[in-house]
Design a protein around this ligand. Structure first.
Ligand code: MLT
Length: 323
């Protein structure tokens, strides 16, 4: 008798669970952004979220969870309820953090469900407006003579601004003072205010400032020149051989989020990436919408693994770690 009522209870429970999945979403969905509001990751999240909520019929609320180069947000999402109401957008930091942090409380490959990649974004190397170098040649000469006086803003260990800055310092052969912020939105404010000297940051934030001539601009980090800043040389063509840092964004959910929900979110991402408003905004900011082959959960998992394998040895050779 007791056994039969347990079976009945389980049947009711699993019917309720199935119904919760088929009704999903019945309330707003949170999209966690690991950096400050107004910055490059936030811009991508809010642009996609505004479109996805039209498809899903519920609001997407962006929650900025700051700190430790994105690892605080990743750890939070890894432990969040897998009920389909928490999603996460992150970039290369998912792949670089395992090499940068001695102890990480989450496993990027095994503690998440994978939804899709979304956009790829070039980076730009900037200085404050009154920095005493007017072109890349002058910049290199100035840094070599004054490296102890120059600082470089970033968004912490795990941020792409830190990764780009690390690659740049290594390529040039200088060691600058790094100043971490909770995102590159506050780092950009400090650059505009003249409190920091240099910043490597994504076009999704920097294009308007470059076009308004509010910063000094020394080039892009892609292998080829980019459409949105057509006259800007690459760092590689100015002498930093093979220099290339491109930012890619992926969307994740806590491990155990039901597959039917992941499929609906994947479909909403695909729809958003074809939405003319999203396409225009991304185009204006230099971000490229990824091809069809990068829009599956499996392709994101394979890509993340390949990026962990790629960046691990490069970062470890730099010898800069956090606990
Ligand atoms: C941000 O959104 O603030 C940036 O993506 C941080 C970073 O440089 O990684």
């Amino acid at each position: 008798m007791r056994k039969r009522s347990l079976v009945a209870l389980l049947a009711v429970g699993s019917a309720a669970f199935a119904q919760a999945q088929s009704n999903w979403p019945t309330r707003p969905i949170t999209l966690v952004v690991p950096f400050a509001a107004g910055g490059p990751t936030d811009v991508v999240a809010r642009t996609l979220g505004a479109s996805m909520q039209k498809t899903l019929g519920q609001s997407i609320l962006v929650e900025n969870k700051l700190g430790a180069g994105g690892t605080i947000a990743a750890a939070y999402v890894a432990k969040a309820a897998p009920d389909g109401y928490t999603f996460f957008i992150h970039h290369n930091g998912m792949a670089t953090s395992p090499a940068l942090y001695r102890k990480l409380s989450f496993d990027p490959l095994n503690d998440f469900e994978f939804v899709s990649q979304a956009v790829e974004v070039p980076m730009t190397l900037l200085a404050r407006k009154d920095f005493p170098a007017n072109n890349f040649t002058e910049l290199l000469a100035y840094l070599k003579a004054n490296q102890d006086k120059v600082n470089l803003a970033n968004a912490g260990l795990g941020a792409v601004s830190q990764l780009c800055g690390m690659m740049f310092q290594r390529a040039v052969g200088v060691q600058l003072t790094e100043v971490p912020f909770s995102g590159t939105a506050p780092a950009m404010n400090a650059l505009l205010g003249g409190q920091v000297d240099l910043l490597c940051d994504q076009t999704t934030q920097t294009v308007p400032y470059i076009n308004a001539n509010r910063v000094k601009f020394f080039g892009v980090t892609t292998a080829k020149r980019i459409k949105v800043l057509p006259n800007a040389p690459t760092l590689a063509e100015q002498g930093l051989k093979d220099f290339e840092v491109v930012v890619w964004h992926g969307i994740y959910a806590p491990k155990g989020t039901p597959r039917p929900i992941l499929e609906k979110v994947n479909a909403a991402v695909r729809t958003a990436l074809k939405d003319p408003d999203v396409v225009k905004r991304m185009d204006d900011l230099g971000a490229e919408i990824v091809g069809e082959n990068k829009l599956t959960p499996d392709s994101l998992h394979v890509w993340l693994k390949s990026e962990i394998d790629r960046w691990g040895p490069i970062i470890k050779a730099g010898g800069k770690f956090a606990d």
